[in-house]
Every structure is written in C-alpha cells, then in structure tokens.
Design a protein around this ligand. Structure first.
Ligand code: KG4
Ligand code: ZN
Length: 335
C-alpha cells in the first residue's frame, strides 16, 4: 500500500488539510473558507485569519482523515506550507504540523506554497516531458517560469505591481461584486462583450506583467461612463488580462519550444482562461496542463504533492524542526 502524507495549508484565508498518497493519489482534500469572516471588511484581516485557523484546523484535519478512511497512526509524513503568506496564519499550520510530526516521530517537510500550485498539475499528468513552461496566476502572484525538472524553476518574468487575481478582486470591488471577486467577474464576463477595449499593459515588453494600470483604466472608465454595462466592463477587463497572459505564454513557447505548458493558481479556475489556453495549445501544438478546477484555488492536496517531491529530493528525510514561517518565501530558482 502506498504511504500516506498529511498536508496542511494555512497561508491565507483557507484552512485546508489533505491526505495524499506517495503515488500522488489524493485520498481527501478539505478546504474550509473564511470568506464570510472577512467579507464585511472587503479583504483579508490577518489577525482574524490567524484566529480562524486556530479554531478550524483540527476539525478540518479530522475531516480529511475521516474522508481518507485513515487515522493518525496510518500517516508516514507531514507537509506544511512555509510561505509565502501571512506570518500568523502560516504559523498555525506549521506549529500543528510540527507537533503532530514530533508526537508520531514522522518526517515533516516545509513546502513553498508556489511550488504547491505548480505541483497541482501532477494530478493531470506526472509523465509530461521537461522542460516545461509554467504560468502561475493567483491572488498574490503572477509569474512565468520554465521548469527543467519537477521543482527546478527559472523565472522568465513576473508582475511589476498587482497580480492578475488581485486586479480581478479590485475590479470586482469597483463593480460592487464583493470579495473575493474573481469568480463573480468571470461569470459576468462570460455574458458580456469586449466593447471597451481596455489597454493591454506591457503586451510587447518581455515577460514581465503589470496589471495596476489596467485596474486604474477600469476605474476611470466607470467614473466617465455612468451608463456602463456591467457585463461588458467585466468582459472587456477579463479579455485584456487574458490577451496579455496568453501573448506572453505564446511568445515563450515560440522562443523556447517547450512541449508542455502548465497554467496554475487561483485564476486558473477561470473558465475563460482555461478555454483561452486550451485554444492556444491547439494552435501551437503544445500540451496544456491545467489543475482540476477545484484544486486551482488554494488547497492542501497541492501541498501534499509538492511535499512528496521534496521528501523524495531529500532521500525521505524531513526538514529540521527549527524552520518557521517565511512570509515572502520566493520560488527557488534553478538548481
Ligand atoms: O491561488 P489562490 O487561491 O490564492 C493565492 O495563492 O493567492 O488565488 C486566489 C485568486 C483570487 O484573486 C481570486 O479572485 C482568483 O484567484 N480567482 C479567480 C477565479 N477563481 C479564483 N479569478 C478569475 N476567475 C475565477 N474563476
Ligand atoms: Zn495560492
């Protein structure tokens, strides 16, 4: 029987636990969202997030073990998110993971949240050839990278200001759609047309991104156009984002000729982005890997997958227990 790992993810406002087998089988993945707790503040309040993680983590772990039909005695390893994220929120998961590992004499591995997102496509195809191109689009990050092997990344570009998810959330707020707004903007966009023609920032400038000016363009348009059509504004904004993301991916595919491109992170849950990159893959003959939609946004299953990769790279040895949260932990670039 494949060995089992318990993964914990508490970097932001989702309290998540998952049981993942060494053969990358996800036995359970439980995500408890704190959205309701933060909604009335229009964004995440770090102190509230930490306290909620304290209250939610044990029930979420119990539920994950329950759904996997496993008990603590069946576990062979523990993986926790070390960063990037909110320091207090990360600390809750790290402390719980270490305590469990100590109590059961299990190895514990510290996982980079971004590597977790990148590992989420292992569920779709673990045999895909390298080098691969990877676009990571989430609430906190917008990164285009190349992987020469699992876990070995070289950054091509990243956002100079807002991430694309952040721009989605801010535009949602302007449109009165609440928090988090990405999915709501996306739903409206599907019913609209690109009638506005917002700017496509840095479209032809290398591999870096910028979404802050686009957000301002939306604000200016809304101020100047009292009779705006909600669906069309959402669609025009989404199309501008997608055009930029897809253009950079296509440029990198042309330059490097990588046979595989994965698109991961919360924004990869967007049906609009998924359809656009699938079409791009067909046009360029590249294989496109997208995580299952519910594992695109934050979850612990992806931390479990990256945890097994890290354990294998370390010969099965866990991390020393002295590690702590690293709020701005970068993606490890290259060997
Ligand atoms: O990866 P994630 O869950 O958390 C971070 O690591 O940041 O990404 C969250 C981001 C949010 O900005 C949210 O608005 C966006 O992903 N998002 C979406 C969709 N679902 C989530 N953006 C566009 N369309 C969606 N369907
Ligand atoms: Zn994330």
């Amino acid at each position: 029987m494949s060995r089992l790992l318990l993964a914990l993810e508490t970097s932001c406002d989702e309290t998540a636990a998952a049981v993942v087998a060494e053969d990358f089988g996800v036995r359970s993945s439980v995500v408890s969202s704190q959205v309701d707790l933060h909604a009335r503040y229009g964004g995440i309040v770090p102190e509230i997030a930490s306290r909620a993680h304290v209250n939610l983590l044990l029930p979420v772990v119990e539920e994950a073990l329950d759904q996997a039909g496993a008990s603590v005695e069946d576990l062979d390893a523990v993986a926790v998110t070390q960063g990037p994220g909110l320091v207090g929120a990360l600390l809750v998961g790290i402390s719980a993971g270490k305590a469990l590992a100590m109590a059961r004499s299990l190895p514990v591995v510290a996982v980079n949240h971004l590597e977790g997102h990148l590992a989420s496509v292992l569920l779709v195809d673990r045999e895909a050839p390298y080098p691969q191109l990877a676009l990571l689009v989430s609430g906190g990050h917008c990164i285009l990278a190349r992987a020469s092997a699992p876990g070995v990344y070289q950054r091509l570009g990243q956002t100079k200001d807002d991430s694309v998810g952040e721009a989605y959330d801010k535009v949602a707020r302007m449109l009165g759609l609440g928090y988090p707004g990405g999915p709501a903007v996306d739903r409206l966009a599907a019913e609209g047309r690109d009638t506005v023609g917002f700017p496509r920032p840095m479209l032809h400038e290398g591999y870096d991104f910028s979404f802050s000016g686009l957000k301002t363009a939306v604000a200016n348009y809304l101020r100047a156009t009292p009779s705006f059509v909600l669906e069309d504004v959402a669609c025009s904004f989404a199309e501008a984002c997608m055009d930029v993301l897809c253009a950079k991916v296509e440029k990198a595919l042309e330059e490097f000729g990588d046979p595989v491109v994965s698109v991961v992170g919360g924004v990869a849950a967007s049906p609009i982005l998924r359809a656009r990159v699938e079409a791009l893959g067909e046009r360029t003959g590249s294989r496109v890997l997208l995580p299952p939609q519910r594992l695109a946004t934050d979850n612990a299953a992806m931390i479990g997958l990256a945890g097994w990769l890290r354990l294998a790279a370390r010969g099965g040895k866990g991390d020393e227990l002295g590690f702590g949260p690293v709020p701005s932990l970068p993606l490890s670039w290259g060997p």
